[in-house]
Design a protein around this ligand. Structure first.
Ligand SMILES: [Zn+2]
Length: 518
């Protein structure tokens, strides 16, 4: 058999990408993400898959491909291994650390190594160290489970006293620094830790030969891959954009990929189904948020996605320009410190770290570490209430309850994150609006109006920029790479590609579809 590409998930949704590439006895996954849309068909915040049942719930609901690639310790007695089809799998090529691309990797056998940029590895570990857990998120290291003595359909974690967490091997696109190796070797947990290998990838480590390219996206460390098979090159964009600080890197990727005579191009198409076509850049965001901050004497709050560290840097720049101090959450502090392990830039020492009201005993170990390490820089809510005009507070909707300890009276809340696309997200923004009314905070970046009893949300341009290329940029990219076959993924409107690229071999697929080459 020649080369096959199986698209298990994520061809007509934004995210959840799970693509299996098999070629002459070698196999790789191109991302293995969480499909938030499919998961939300069954689950919500307080209704989750049961961790005591391992992969059973995910598997039974069809959220996982029926392949024999999952951790043995997550298979309860009533899930027959024979239902899982054997495939070749020698590694996962991770494009970036967003959960819709990596969120299910924790379920994969520990022996399956990850290939990623050092930045993605650091971000993934930092998310895991500070997260609330969950088996699918055990990406960098895992807590082994075992069947319970009296009920073998139920799984429990092995004792933390006897069983250290065991790490997964990561092969990196460049050499890890000493600091990163150090960060990798330990976890903030009472459980012991046997770290996985962390080393620069060499040709022998690769299941199939591949090239990698850094690209621009709304998270650091994003990578596109070109995999060489005997039946031609397979190019996978991951998520990318041409604007932003690293837009030139994306252009370079396209240029290099165009030299390969690619057989297949798997391209993201996030924005094809959306109305907005303009590209705001991070520089526009900086200018607009700066203007909003300059015209405010009172407290400024910046709301952006916790993993968007580029945005955090933008706000850091604004704070320094306007003579304010940036106040970050402990989680941001931890993330900034792990970022330093990769690029050597010390950002954490330039921020104050918000110390929320909790007793010390109840804090988690990573949080204690951050508060101890940055003890001089911690800030109490009361200190902010005294001089609110001296700070920019990095809070998202989920942190907003802490404002009750600051009790701001006026100020600006800059909504610098993606607009609400789903009903649930809209409900959150409506709640956010109530909080802002309560504290008399001015909303910047969005507006809520009531019209004939109906709620209308307007999101203003320029306070956030997309992590994704505009539709016409994608078309130009495809023309330039000029592949034989184009497969759109990560989109709700795959037809956009067939409509705009007639005669270019666009394949509109369904989840589970397979392409055979050679
Ligand atoms: Zn992404």
């Amino acid at each position: 058999m020649g080369t096959t590409l199986t698209f298990y998930d994520g061809v007509d949704t934004i995210g959840g990408t799970k693509i299996h590439l098999e070629s002459r006895g070698r196999g790789i996954l191109l991302d293995f993400g969480q499909n938030f849309k499919n998961e939300s068909n069954f689950y919500e915040e307080y209704l989750k898959p049961r961790s005591t049942r391992g992969i059973y719930d995910y598997f039974t609901l069809g959220l996982l491909p029926p392949l024999d690639i999952y951790r043995e310790d997550l298979i309860p007695a009533d899930l027959a291994r024979k239902e899982l089809k054997a495939v070749d799998l020698d590694g996962v090529l991770v494009t970036h650390a967003h959960m819709d691309h990596v969120g299910y990797i924790g379920l994969l056998k520990r022996e399956i190594p990850i290939f990623s940029s050092p930045m993605s590895a650091a971000i993934l570990k930092s998310i895991q160290d500070t997260g609330v857990g969950g088996v699918p998120r055990e990406i960098a290291y895992m807590k082994e489970r075992e069947r319970t003595e009296d009920e073998d359909r139920v799984l429990k974690s092995k004792s933390y006293r006897k069983t250290p967490s065991s790490g997964r091997d990561f092969y990196l696109t460049s050499r890890p620094s000493e600091e990163l190796l150090d960060f990798w070797s330990d976890t903030p947990s009472r459980r012991g830790h046997e770290a996985g290998k962390l080393s620069e990838v060499n040709e022998n480590d690769k299941p199939l030969p591949f090239q990698w390219f850094e690209v621009s996206h709304s998270i650091y460390g994003a990578t596109a891959y070109c995999v060489k098979t005997e039946d031609g090159w397979i190019v996978y964009t991951g998520d990318l954009r041409f604007h932003g600080k690293k837009g030139d890197k994306t252009k370079k990727f396209v240029k290099e990929a165009s030299k390969l005579n690619a057989k297949v191009l798997i391209t993201e198409g996030t924005r094809t189904g959306r109305e907005e076509t303009e590209n705001e850049t991070e520089e526009d965001v900086y200018q607009n948020c700066l203007t909003a901050t300059e015209s405010e004497d009172n407290l400024v709050i910046g709301d952006f996605s916790p993993r968007n560290l580029e945005r955090l840097e933008t706000f850091l720049k604004i704070a320094e320009k306007t003579g304010r101090k940036l106040v970050a959450t402990t989680k941001d502090g931890y993330a900034l410190d792990s970022l330093r392990c990769v690029d050597g830039v010390d950002r954490a020492s330039r921020v104050r770290v918000y110390k929320d009201l909790t007793v010390w005993k109840r804090r988690r170990k990573w949080e204690k570490q951050v508060l101890e390490k940055f003890e001089e820089q911690t800030i109490d809510p009361q200190e902010i209430s005294k001089n609110p005009g001296q700070y920019i507070l990095c809070f998202s909707f989920w942190d907003i309850k802490n404002l009750l300890d600051i009790m701001p009276e006026g100020g600006s809340y800059i909504y610098s994150t993606s607009e609400a696309y789903t009903e649930e997200q809209e409900l959150d923004v409506e709640r956010l609006w109530e909080w802002l009314q309560f504290f008399n905070l001015k909303a910047v970046g969005f507006e809520l109006r009531k019209e004939n009893g109906e709620t209308k949300l307007d999101f203003k341009k320029g306070y956030h920029c997309s992590g994704h290329a505009a539709p016409d940029e994608l078309l130009r990219m495809i023309e330039e790479i000029d592949p034989e076959i184009v497969v759109p993924v990560h989109t709700e409107d795959p037809e956009f590609f067939s409509e705009n690229l007639e005669g270019r071999g666009v394949e509109i697929l369904q989840d589970g579809d397979r392409i055979e080459l050679g």
